[in-house]
Ligand binder design. Structure first.
Ligand SMILES: Nc1nc2c(c(=O)[nH]1)N[C@H]1C(S)=C(S)[C@@H](COP(=O)(O)O)O[C@H]1N2
Ligand SMILES: [Mo]
Length: 382
């Protein structure tokens, strides 16, 4: 698929995929940019967030490596593949230490998976932290089985090479400062999901440095933060692991009502949520088309689009690719000149609907994580 996309050429392929109407790149297709472009990434976040490209340019089913966003909360390590090892230790009977060659010699598995940062759409400058790639690597479950997990083990912890300063009880007499590696944990049953990969390849190329070279976890069905990059150590534990990325920072705080009383509920960011986004408006020969993407933990059943305050209209879904990939959609449009608002909502095959901004699940959420509410974009038609 990707090879064909490349042959058919660059920027307009996604459009072909979405509308399923074949046309050459030179046939006078115009992209009408959204009038509500996101704010620039603030200087203090420039090292954390890189290659956040415009939705208008995320125009292929597979996001090319050079258009794929990257997030690094600590440093961006440069790892020497010759000395790199992946250790599996802790509550296991047979600890493992793999070189990159040994990892690559294990049976190769592939998964196409749409990776989204759970902060996406939670901040004015953070609106396109999502991409879809074909990831390849060894099976995490098979590797854990080979290490023989002890029966009282609870979790698997994934450690990255990157490190940074952390502080707890800041500004109190009990303040404690320390250096921590990036890490995330998973329950054993989640870790044993056959889709999880010890991934060394992204779109048929070695993992780019920004995306975790030489090895990262790929955890389809989860938000980006679960996909630990620059992986160096996997520790099986019989305790609940909690760090900044499990229990402090990547936490959603939401007000809920219980027995008529408000209660603040804190949850750890984990599984991906149902979402869609309008990607771009194209015009060819006076005909307009709205194009977008939809993704989530379950198959997409439908996407509906609302223009201004009109009724919801069913969009046309492109053929489903594979379980964990986003799905392109499109809708023909005959706009009147002027400014318009375009909103989309995804509906999964079991009937769950992407929440509206005034749905309590979104409206009563106090932190910016897990912002999967319906997205409205604005466009000016000449
Ligand atoms: N080691 C390490 N892994 C990490 C991160 C990190 O800062 N360090 N960021 C996580 C977050 S928050 C996201 S959204 C994804 C982003 O993956 P990408 O950089 O390949 O787009 O990586 C995850 N894995
Ligand atoms: Mo993230």
């Amino acid at each position: 698929m990707q090879r064909r996309e490349l042959l058919l050429g660059g920027t307009l392929m996604g459009i072909r995929l979405a509308s399923q109407s074949a046309f050459a790149q030179s046939s006078g297709v115009k992209i009408i940019p959204w009038s509500d472009q996101p704010a620039p990434v603030p200087p203090q976040a420039e090292n954390v967030i890189k290659d956040l490209i415009r939705w208008e340019d995320l125009d292929t089913q597979i996001t090319p490596n050079d258009k794929f966003f990257s997030i690094a909360h600590y440093n961006r390590p440069q790892i020497d593949p010759k000395t790199w090892r992946l250790d599996v230790s802790g509550e296991v009977s047979k600890p493992i230490s793999l070189t990159l060659d040994q990892l690559r010699a294990l049976p190769r598995h592939e998964v196409a998976y749409t990776l989204e940062c759970s902060g996406n759409n939670g901040l004015p400058f953070f609106q396109s932290a999502v991409g879809n790639a074909r990831w390849a690597g060894a099976s995490l479950a098979e590797t854990l089985k080979a290490a023989q997990i002890n029966s009282d083990a609870l979790e698997v912890v994934f450690y990255g090479t990157d490190q940074g300063g952390e502080v707890v009880r800041s500004g109190t007499p009990l303040e404690y400062k320390f250096t921590a590696n990036f890490a995330r944990s998973m329950a054993i049953t989640d870790a044993m999901n056959p889709a999880n990969l010890l991934c060394y390849e992204m779109n048929e190329a070695p993992l780019p440095a920004a995306n975790g070279f030489p090895c990262r976890l790929i955890a389809p069905g989860w938000y980006g933060v679960a996909n630990v990059k620059w992986l160096t150590r996997i520790e099986v534990t019989n305790q609940r692991f909690r760090n900044r990325f499990m229990g402090r920072d990547y936490v959603t705080i939401r007000e809920e009502q219980h027995n008529g009383k408000p209660v603040m509920v804190e949850t750890s960011v984990g599984r991906l949520l149902l979402k869609s986004a309008p990607a771009r408006i194209i015009e060819r020969g006076g005909q307009y088309e709205i194009q977008g993407m939809a993704w989530g933990p379950n198959p997409i059943g439908a996407v509906e689009v609302k223009i201004d305050s009109g009724d919801w209209t069913r969009a046309k879904l492109a053929a489903e690719k594979s379980q964990f990939e986003w799905r392109a959609w499109s809708l023909d449009w005959s706009p009147t000149p002027g400014e318009h608002a375009v909103t989309s909502r995804a509906i999964d095959t079991s009937g769950r609907v992407q929440p509206a901004p005034d749905d309590p699940v979104i409206a009563n959420k106090k932190t910016y994580w897990e912002s999967n509410g319906q997205i409205t974009r604005h466009v000016r038609i000449a």
